[in-house]
Design a protein around this ligand. Structure first.
Ligand code: ADP
Ligand code: TRP
Length: 323
């Protein structure tokens, strides 16, 4: 049956400690969806070079992100897990796409404009980022690309790259579709804004029990006194309970009746988060660096074979593949 499954690929930047927003918004949906597809998960380490300049940090982040994903339920026996830099065909195909799209077209990318507006160096890698991403996707004839809302435009860019190539050289690439993982919505951070590592409002996914308790207890609340009814619709802790706590209806009733106060609610939440993630944390601790490296090496071999088959065709089409 494996050969009838549709190809799905996603990429992620190796960018440090994951939080429960990443888990609920990206890791879990991917782990839940992957078995239905011929799935590939790529660590975008060359994309990370556009902003990360510390080799030590990059090395560490690559190992960490693979360990995190495997511990969170992505099974390397079913998902090809590999890193971009292990498959040179990605940068090779990106170059070909860069020769087909225009500078004004790339200048319109929201992600590029946002990063430059935030003061990030406008290096040429950052500018060409969408074409490397198009190569990641199109090399494997990926039909579906699970991404967050912020990456929607990049998938459009991939479709445009496919289209430009097909017009110039004949039908070669199918247009990929984004699979927006939005059904969980935005997970709030401890201050009520979107949980994000850039806001410092996260609850760490693989933190110690104490780190999780501290983060949960710091969730912002209003000044409703103990004993007064609480509004579950506006409470940040309640929004998190929905994802971690059983008997949510009962909890809602306790909120509305004033039977539970913020402190108690947060204590319950912390314990429920800990209960959900402690098996993952144990799995992560049991994964050696060597095991992670082996996963990447095995994945690279599969990815390279697939990528080279496609690139051979591409080189012939553009006129550089002579023998
Ligand atoms: P951060 O905002 O912490 O930098 P990223 O932008 O690296 O997180 O997000 C990686 C993935 O996790 C994306 O697919 C994104 O949609 C998901 N994600 C991040 N934060 C949240 C959140 N607060 N709620 C839901 N999903 C999230
Ligand atoms: N740009 C994506 C992000 O920052 C990461 C990424 C790189 C990607 N290559 C990809 C996502 C290919 C999907 C498919 O989240």
């Amino acid at each position: 049956m494996a050969d009838t499954k549709k190809r799905l690929l996603t990429g992620l930047q190796p960018s440090g400690q994951l939080h429960i927003g990443n888990y609920l918004g990206a890791l879990k949906p991917f782990a839940d969806t992957a078995p239905e597809y011929d799935a590939m998960l790529m660590i975008a380490d060359y994309h990370a070079l556009t902003s990360l300049k510390s080799p030590t940090q990059l090395r560490e982040n690559i190992i960490d992100v693979v360990a995190d994903y495997v511990a969170a339920g992505i099974d390397p026996a079913n998902v090809v897990i590999f890193k971009q830099s292990d498959v040179m065909q990605h940068t090779e195909l990106a170059w070909i796409f860069e020769c087909l799209v225009t500078v004004p077209f790339l200048s319109q990318a929201h992600a590029y404009k946002d990063k430059v507006a935030k003061g990030l160096e406008a290096n040429a890698g950052l500018f060409n980022y969408p074409m490397l991403m198009a190569a990641d996707i199109l090399l494997y004839d990926s039909e579906f690309v699970p991404v967050g809302e912020d990456q929607r435009q990049h998938i459009e860019y991939s479709r445009e790259a496919a289209n430009k190539f097909n017009i110039a050289y004949g039908q070669t690439f199918a247009e990929p579709k984004e699979l927006i993982m939005s059904h969980v919505g935005t997970i709030p951070g401890t201050d009520g804004k979107k949980m994000s590592k850039s806001y410092g409002n996260t609850i760490p996914l693989f933190g110690t029990d104490d780190a999780i308790r501290t983060a949960v207890m710091s969730i912002t609340t209003d000044s409703t006194p103990v004993g007064a009814p609480l509004n579950p619709e506006t409470d940040i802790a309640f929004a998190l309970h929905k994802h971690f706590s059983p008997n949510i209806k009962e909890l809602e009733a306790r909120y509305r009746s004033g039977e539970i106060g913020y402190k108690k609610s947060k204590e319950i939440l912390a314990e429920n988060i800990i209960a959900t993630i402690s098996p993952m944390r144990e799995k992560r601790a049991a994964l050696s660096r060597e095991a992670v490296i082996q996963i990447l090496k095995d994945g690279a071999e599969v990815a390279r074979t697939r990528a080279e088959a496609k690139m051979k065709l591409v080189r012939e089409k553009v006129g550089v593949g002579l023998y």
